[in-house]
Design a binder for this molecule. Structure first.
Ligand code: F6P
Length: 363
């Protein structure tokens, strides 16, 4: 019989999102309550493993954090032990052996990695160096393979919905076109769900081709019907007709350096020019990642944390937990790496939105 696990490490990698602390709490409490396993928190994602920044996650340390946004452990979207930027100098070295040494010196026997595609790819590479890992999917973008839903998404959709509710009043009062830009990278889930929940008149997502003429026609049509305002929700990953993205900046140190942003500002200018109607853009940006998780995200994060811990204690390593068709599942990490779950243009939710009069700028 193989020895029972007695001590593990937990880290959060990539961008933060609401619900990370709820997962940390669920993992640590399940570890302590159900398995008598000690948990060590690794600070600032994989940076903490390379630089040996660790704290004890006692029961007391993880109490009272369920409702907190962000991550008590800190995170990094740059720290990759295999390509580590030494003191942010741009001098990159493979310090994965140092990370592995620190892992063993701390007496850790497995690693719980809470993060997105980049974090889970690093976890997989560390497994090849003998570190047993289990993954928990995180992103507001909801675009990870191997799960129908990621925690953080519902909280972000709530923020978009509230923003749309607020912008409706100015749109109505000033007879304007108000355009709201959501995050989501190359996937349109946030714009789609936020747009439906907030009653967006036109939702533009990367997965459905739109035309500027159709968008403007739709705005005119509404005006003719006496609706002298329109709300447009657009995803940051929508391309301009030239085929280019609006790129805000580049973060060279990170897994995917391109930072999208600004498509709503471009669209507002085009609409004003083509319709003569005043248009304003609001880029929601990081507001979508901040604050307390919704109750749905707290429950999902708790489910993911408990199931992930159970798999880790049972030594079912190399998997990511997920929720598929309402069931808690596990998927081998290599099966999800470098893949993106986009909105299917034929999903029932698209047809439903069209039936209630939402345009996707295509017809
Ligand atoms: O993946 C989450 C996300 O918030 C995206 O929606 C967004 O494009 C990106 O991260 C922003 O990254 P950063 O926080 O590095 O600017």
């Amino acid at each position: 019989m193989t020895a029972k696990i007695s001590k593990i490490g937990i880290l959060t990698g990539g961008g933060d999102c609401p619900g990370l602390n709820a997962v940390i709490r669920a993992v640590a409490k399940t570890a302590i309550n159900d398995y008598g396993i000690q948990c060590i928190g690794i600070k600032d994602g994989f940076e903490g493993l390379v630089l040996n920044k660790m704290i004890d996650l006692s029961y007391e340390n993880v109490s009272g954090i369920l409702n907190l946004g962000g991550t008590i452990l800190g995170t990094s979207n740059r720290a990759d032990p295999f390509n580590f930027d030494i003191e942010n100098t741009g001098n990159k070295q493979d310090l994965s052996s140092q990370a592995v040494d620190n892992f063993h010196k701390a007496g850790l026997q497995a690693l719980m990695c809470i993060g997105g595609d980049g974090t889970l790819s690093i976890a997989y590479n560390l497994m090849q160096k003998g570190i047993p890992c289990v993954g928990v999917p995180k992103t507001i973008d909801n675009d990870l393979f191997g799960t129908d839903i990621t925690f953080g998404f519902d909280s972000a959709v709530h923020i978009i919905t509230e923003a749309l509710d607020r912008l409706h009043t100015t749109a109505q009062s000033h007879h304007r076109v108000m355009i709201v830009e959501t995050m989501g990278r190359y996937a349109g889930w946030l714009a789609l769900y936020g747009g439906i929940a907030g009653g967006g008149d036109i939702i533009i997502i990367p997965e459905i081709d739109y035309s500027l003429e159709t968008v403007c026609e739709r705005v005119h049509e509404r005006n003719k019907k006496g609706k002298r305002f329109s709300i447009i929700v657009i995803s940051e990953g929508v391309k301009m007709p030239s085929g280019d993205y609006q790129i805000k900046t580049r973060d060279e140190g990170s897994h995917d350096p391109i930072r999208l942003g600004g498509i709503s500002i471009w669209l507002a200018r085009k609409i004003e020019k083509m319709t003569g109607i005043a248009a304003r853009a609001t880029v929601l940006g990081h507001l979508q990642r901040g604050g307390s998780p919704t109750s749905t995200d707290r429950v999902l994060a708790t489910q993911f944390g408990q199931v992930a811990m159970k798999n880790l204690a049972e030594k079912n390593f190399g998997v990511m937990v997920g929720m598929n068709c309402g069931e808690l599942t596990t998927t081998p990490i290599p099966d999800i790496a470098n893949k993106q779950r986009l909105v299917g243009p034929n999903l029932p939710i698209i047809e439903i939105a069209r039936s209630v009069g939402t345009s996707f700028g295509d017809i």
